[in-house]
Write a protein that binds this ligand. Sequence first.
Ligand SMILES: [Fe+2]
Ligand SMILES: [Fe+2]
Length: 318
Amino acid sequence: MAVGNFGDGMDGIYFNRIAGSGEIYAENEPTTTLLAKQGDLEVMLYRIGGESVVWLFPASDPNAIEFFFVHVGVVELALDDGVVALEPGESFSVSGLTSEVPVKMHGDTQILYVTNCPAYESVSRFEESLSDLLKRVNEKDHYTFRHSKAVLHYSLALYDAMHENCPAIPRDDLAVAALFHDVGKCFVPVEILQKPERLEQNELRYILRHPVDSGRMLLPKFGEQIAEIARNHHERLNGTGYPRGLTKEDISLSSQIVAVADAFDAMTSDRGYNIVKTFQEAAEELFSLPQEFDTRITSVLKRLVKNGALDEGGTANA
Ligand SMILES: [Fe+2]
Ligand SMILES: [Fe+2]
C-alpha cells in the first residue's frame, strides 16, 4: 500500500494538507484547490473572503452533475422564485441547469465542490478575474450589469442552436466573452452612460472606445480569442461598425454571435430613451439587415423567438 501526496500517480492512500486552510482568505481573490481527481471526477476546495458573486453555468454535457457542500460561510443562490441561503453543513447539487444562476458569498467562505465534468482548469482561470470585473460593472451601472447577463443568455442560446455552423470556440470561452463584452464601460463616466439625450461628439468618444478597453482588460487573463470577441462586438459585416470599421472576413463568428445578442437585448429592453421592440420585431429587424448581421445567426435567432425558446432564463423580459 502506497502512502503519499495527491498527484503522485500511484495507487494507495493520499493526503492533502492545504497550507492555511480555514485561516487564509483573500478579499475577493478566490482560490480553488484540487483535492482529488479520478477520471472525470474532481473534488475541489473553493475559498474566498469578502462579499463576492460567482456563477453556475448550464453544463454542455447533459450528464454533468455538480455537488457543493458549504463548509464555512453563508452562500445565497438567486433563483427565479427567490433567494435560498445555505449555511455550513448544508449542500446542494446541480444538474440539467437551463440558465445561469448567480451565487453570492458572504464573508469568509469555503465550499467543497465535486463534479464529474472536469472543471478545475477553467474554474481556476475564470475566477481570477470574474468577481473583480463583475463588481466593477455592477458598481458602474446596473443597466450594464443586467444587459451583460442577458447577452450571456442569448449568446449561449444561439451557440447551442447553431449546430453545424457553431464556431470552434469552446462554449465556456464564449460565455466569458459574452458576460464581459462591455466591461470596458467601467472607464465611461456614469453621466455619459446614463444620459438620455443624444451624446455630444466628445462624449461619444468614451462610448466608441469601450470595446477596445473590454478587449484590453480581458486579453491578459483570457487570451486573444476571448478578447477579440469583446473588441469586435460593435463591428458590422459591411464595415459600418466601430471602433475599427472591420469587415466580414476580419470578424470572428463568435463575436458576430455576441453582436447579435447585444443588439437584440438593446432593442428589446427599456433604456429610458428608446422604443422598446418585441422579441419578434427585433429578430425580424436583425434578420432584415444581412449586410450588418450574419444570417446564419439571425435566422437561428428568429427560429428561437418563434419557438418561445428565449423566454426562459429570467433575463428575457427583465
Ligand atoms: Fe458594447
Ligand atoms: Fe453590450
